[in-house]
Design a protein around this ligand. Structure first.
Ligand SMILES: NC(=O)c1ccc[n+]([C@@H]2O[C@H](COP(=O)([O-])OP(=O)(O)OC[C@H]3O[C@@H](n4cnc5c(N)ncnc54)[C@H](O)[C@@H]3O)[C@@H](O)[C@H]2O)c1
Length: 386
């Protein structure tokens, strides 16, 4: 049994806390045969040292990420920092010989993502991007059905993800809405989740046309509110320009000939979290909604005429990953569990030397889709993805 020593950067943020929990928790569900992990360092510019120390007793508390990269007693750098830091930190970590687990989006451009994937390949390091949604076992079931040919050739993918995190125009300005700190806005933030389902279940995207849009051009600058919480104005606030997209509507083609229709936004008032896909094929189709997170709807032409219709399949313990959490189907294996699955797979990858989806190669293709959305929307035309 090998123990992987992990440094979590951005440890006091949302993802930093979830990743810390996931590395500490996964052996409870998956055992230790694939290796274990110890969180040995936490880095953050917010949160007190005491608060961080409480999360991972014994871990070093770092004031800057460079100390983690330079530390010979760290095997894995886990990047939960704002998007604009991913490339710089991941590159330094890889060059220092560390395995890297990076939250999405992997980088700000496909060129940066390509460089990271190349360095990792040359150095023989394990990489992983935090596209955790498709690692819910219900999507293993979708992939099994697709790969068994049960829906035939895929002809169309429809997918969306909407939240109302910025639905209220008085939700304050923050890094997610800042085109310097998150240059691709909702495309890199939420779009990449939909793109990860596309890559996992359908394949590579070959061309697209996108219409990115900003709904609320200015927001008040108010500190200290929760994500999505609207400010009560005093009249003395500064106002900041929103410099990255709030939403996007996309039409695309896949290399295998399938067509795609995708939309996502952070301003869908009332939609607290909506994530869906429908995949149509020549023999059947699949449909999923996050509201029923362990359920897949499957339609097949193999059913007799007059008896055809969508059947609901709840993923259950026949799936090995699902079985780690529950002996009964449909027991709400949800978001945090998908992060626990991810942490277990990252450690198993490092210990076995076997890359597991989604690596930086996947992250690169997803960044290519993001680049194409930004370029297409600027040019108002179709863009090919090489
Ligand atoms: N996979 C997912 O489902 C998912 C969900 C949410 C966020 N994310 C991604 O995770 C990343 C972090 O998002 P979040 O919501 O956790 O953000 P957050 O704002 O909650 O946390 C950011 C963290 O980074 C730290 N930080 C900021 N600037 C820093 C600097 N210069 N040096 C060192 N530390 C710094 C902050 O102290 C904080 O700990 C983003 O890239 C985001 O896109 C992924």
């Amino acid at each position: 049994m090998r123990e992987i020593r992990v440094a979590i950067l951005g440890a006091s943020g949302w993802m930093g806390r979830v990743h810390t929990m996931a590395f500490q928790t996964f052996p409870h569900f998956f055992g230790d045969s694939g290796g274990t992990a110890r969180v040995v360092a936490l880095g953050s510019t917010t949160g007190t040292h005491a608060d961080l120390a409480f999360r991972a007793p014994g871990a070093k508390i770092l004031d800057n990420w460079q100390d983690a990269v330079a530390d010979p007693d760290i095997d894995l750098i886990d990047i939960c920092l704002p998007d604009n830091m991913h490339y710089e930190v991941a590159k330094a970590a890889l060059l220092a010989g560390k395995h890297v687990f990076c939250e999405k989006p992997l980088a700000e451009t496909a060129a940066e993502a390509r460089e990271l994937a190349n360095i990792a390949r040359e150095k023989g390091l394990i990489t992983r991007v935090g596209h955790a949604f498709p690692r819910n076992p219900v999507h293993d079931l979708a992939k099994e059905i697709i790969e068994a040919g049960e829906i035939g050739e895929i002809t169309m993918f429809k997918g969306c993800q909407h939240v109302d995190m910025f639905g209220d125009p008085l939700v304050p300005y923050m890094w997610r809405a800042n085109g310097e700190l998150a240059p691709t806005g909702i495309v890199g933030d939420t779009g990449t989740h939909v793109f990860s389902f596309m890559e996992f279940l359908v394949g590579k995207v070959s061309s697209l046309i996108a219409d990115n849009f900003i709904v609320t051009p200015k927001r008040p600058v108010v500190d200290g509110l929760g994500l999505g919480e609207a400010a009560e104005l005093t009249g003395s606030e500064a106002w900041a320009d929103i410099t990255n997209p709030d939403g996007s509507n996309i039409i695309c083609t896949f290399a295998n000939g399938a067509r795609g229709l995708v939309d996502f936004s952070r301003v869908a008032t009332g939609r607290k979290f909506m994530q869906t896909y429908e995949i149509y094929g020549t023999k059947g189709s699949l449909s999923y909604t996050y509201d029923e997170v362990n359920r897949l709807r499957f339609y097949t032409n193999a059913d007799p005429v007059g008896r055809r219709g969508y059947r609901e399949i709840d993923v259950g313990p026949e799936n090995e990953t699902y079985a780690a959490f529950s002996p009964l189907p449909n027991f709400s294996v949800g978001y945090n569990e998908s992060k626990i699955i991810e942490a277990a797979e990252v450690v198993r990858s490092i210990v076995s030397g076997t890359p597991m989806w989604p690596t930086f190669e996947t992250g690169h293709h997803i960044c290519q889709i993001v680049d194409a959305c930004m370029e297409s929307s600027r040019q108002k035309s179709w863009v090919n993805i090489p």
